[in-house]
Design a protein around this ligand. Structure first.
Ligand SMILES: Nc1ncnc2c1ncn2[C@@H]1O[C@H](COP(=O)(O)OP(=O)(O)O)[C@@H](O)[C@H]1O
Ligand SMILES: [Mg+2]
Length: 216
């Protein structure tokens, strides 16, 4: 049995090489100050999830999602959870959706490299997917928003695997739950089943922390 701290160390190294360590480590519950009830509820939900994590981690319902409004603190709360879990030596791999999916898709033609790349996200103890489906959709002429096939293929493989293994995910996305479901119901329904009871939807510009700060 390799030491659990090895996975944590590996993920910290990956973060360092991606140059986002500082911003990552700075985001915690202490410096997250809710400006209204909706945000306070989201923070409470995140703290509650961390508290219950050991109890739920091997169950069907072991994940958490923050979706909707830009700037509401979805990434901040996701990372605050990750930091708390990492302190407890639980490995959380950070997947910056747009960048990491691009790397996965680049090797899609080579089966072996593709599998190796995808396995990183399948096998992490906890997977944090930040900004799910960012830049992964296009509009049809009739105005429908469609998810790219390559993104669909990769995400189905990762999510389906984790779903059957009861492997936790922490998700942030600017899309609402209904959008995520409409892009691909197979992926979406698994995600929201895993996150049942821990889904926070932010709706409304007044929840944008950046705008709020400017207004002060
Ligand atoms: N309630 C809050 N208290 C302190 N900082 C916040 C809060 N909400 C957001 N922020 C900060 O504002 C910025 C935008 O938040 P972020 O989590 O990236 O939003 P989202 O992922 O929902 O777009 C980040 O720098 C974050 O740390
Ligand atoms: Mg974000």
């Amino acid at each position: 049995m390799p030491c659990k701290c090895r996975e944590v160390k590996l993920y910290k190294r990956i973060l360092e090489s991606s140059g986002i360590t500082e911003a990552f480590l700075e985001r915690n519950f202490g410096n997250f100050k809710p400006k209204n009830q909706a945000i306070a509820n989201a923070k409470a939900m995140a703290i509650d999830y961390v508290k219950k994590f050991d109890k739920v981690k091997n169950s069907k319902n072991n994940s958490i999602a923050f979706v909707g409004q830009v700037g509401a603190g979805k990434t901040h709360l996701s990372i605050a959870i990750a930091n708390e879990l990492m302190k407890r030596n639980i490995g959380v791999r950070y997947m910056q959706y747009r960048e990491d999916i691009t790397r996965i898709k680049q090797v899609a033609a080579d089966e072996e490299s593709y599998a190796r790349e995808i396995n990183k996200y399948k096998n992490a103890t906890v997977l944090l997917i930040d900004d799910l489906y960012k830049n992964a959709t296009y509009k049809t002429r009739s105005g429908y928003e469609i998810l790219n096939d390559a993104d669909k293929r990769a995400m189905f493989e990762i999510i389906n695997y984790r779903y059957f293994k009861n492997a936790p995910i922490i998700i942030s996305s600017e899309y609402l739950a209904e959008d995520i479901l409409s892009f691909d119901e197979g992926i979406g329904s698994r995600i929201f089943e895993m996150c049942k009871g821990y889904i926070m939807e932010f709706k409304g510009q007044e929840l944008n922390y950046r705008l709020y700060k400017q207004a002060l």
